[in-house]
Write a protein that binds this ligand. Structure first.
Ligand SMILES: [Zn+2]
Length: 309
């Protein structure tokens, strides 16, 4: 199980990276390249929900389940950012393949991709027989909402942090509960492997975690490719920390930071000095990794409450 998770998460993470790579490229160029390489839509039936249009070769039941997860994300996302629903807007596009082989045969991202967002469409396959078959699509659909609904131009750590945060949240009774932690999602299944020592500087030196300034700078792509699990644990946990630490102490600043983009200067203006925050974030990560998430699962403070701070 652990071995297969290694392989799966490695491939998937690279896929996520690939998705972001594409996402970050000029949109016009994306669309031109998509047109040039032909349609990747499988010749499957079309499905619609309130905000999504899916082409799918998965079963109707599987497709409806993924659409329901996407709708749950959409509702949670609007609420988290106090956004208005998109009246009259074209529906967001999803492509769901019935299995991995079909996805790979039609893949237009990197060869190792497991899911990706190539504007304006999210591509994923239905993962049969796993506890959470939706989280890759929820991850990619968050990139889609960042781009198409919130119209953000976030730094990589913000974009991946939000996608990982929503993608790793629990889906309960048809609702996505942001900030709850589903252990059957990427990168959460790596939390137990961190082996943190209690000394952040030592753990950074020994490569157990990525330093906060490195995570925010996001300039060392070779380093990211070498140890992407540590980066994604960093993206996810930093986002969770910024929304929920001390009853949402930094949530208002984080919302502003998301709008700013997320440079180190933005971070220090909106949140605080990187070296100080690193210590708080590290302690928080250690608590979550130690199974302390039960104490952390509180709703994101609503934006209006933030504004009063
Ligand atoms: Zn991603």
């Amino acid at each position: 199980m652990r071995g297969s998770r290694w392989v799966w998460s490695a491939a998937a993470l690279l896929a996520i990276g690939g998705g972001v790579y594409w996402w970050a490229r000029d949109r016009a160029e994306n669309q031109a390249s998509a047109t040039a390489s032909g349609a990747a839509l499988p010749a499957g039936p079309r499905y619609e929900s309130a905000h999504y249009r899916a082409t799918s070769t998965a079963t109707p039941e599987q497709t409806r389940a993924v659409l329901a997860a996407a709708e749950a994300l959409h509702a949670a996302y609007l609420q988290a950012f106090d956004l208005k629903d998109e009246a009259g807007r074209a529906k967001h596009q999803l492509v769901l393949y019935g299995d991995r082989a079909q996805f790979r045969a039609n893949n237009r991202s990197s060869a190792w991709a497991e899911a990706y967002y190539l504007a304006p469409t999210c591509y994923a396959y239905y993962a049969e027989g796993v506890a959470n078959p939706y989280h890759w699509m929820v991850h990619e659909a968050t990139h889609q909402l960042n781009h198409e609904l919130a119209v953000l131009k976030p730094a990589k750590w913000v974009n991946e942090g939000l996608a990982s945060y929503f993608g790793a949240s629990r889906l309960e009774g048809g609702h996505l509960r942001p900030g709850t932690i589903d252990p059957d999602t990427y990168p959460i299944w790596w939390l137990g492997e961190l082996g943190l020592s209690g000394d952040p500087e030592a753990d950074i030196r020994q490569g157990r975690i990525v330093a906060l300034r490195t995570l925010i700078a996001g300039t060392d792509r070779a380093d990211l490719n070498r140890r992407f699990n540590q980066y994604y644990i960093g993206y996810w946990s930093l986002t969770h920390f910024l929304f929920h630490y001390e009853d949402g102490k930094y949530a208002a600043g984080f919302r502003a930071l998301i709008r700013d983009g997320g440079t180190r200067a933005d971070f220090e203006r909106r949140i605080g000095p990187v070296e100080t925050i690193q210590r708080e974030w590290y302690d928080y990560l250690q608590e979550v990794a130690g199974g302390g998430e039960a104490t952390l699962v509180r709703p994101i403070p609503p934006p209006r409450a933030d504004a009063a701070r």
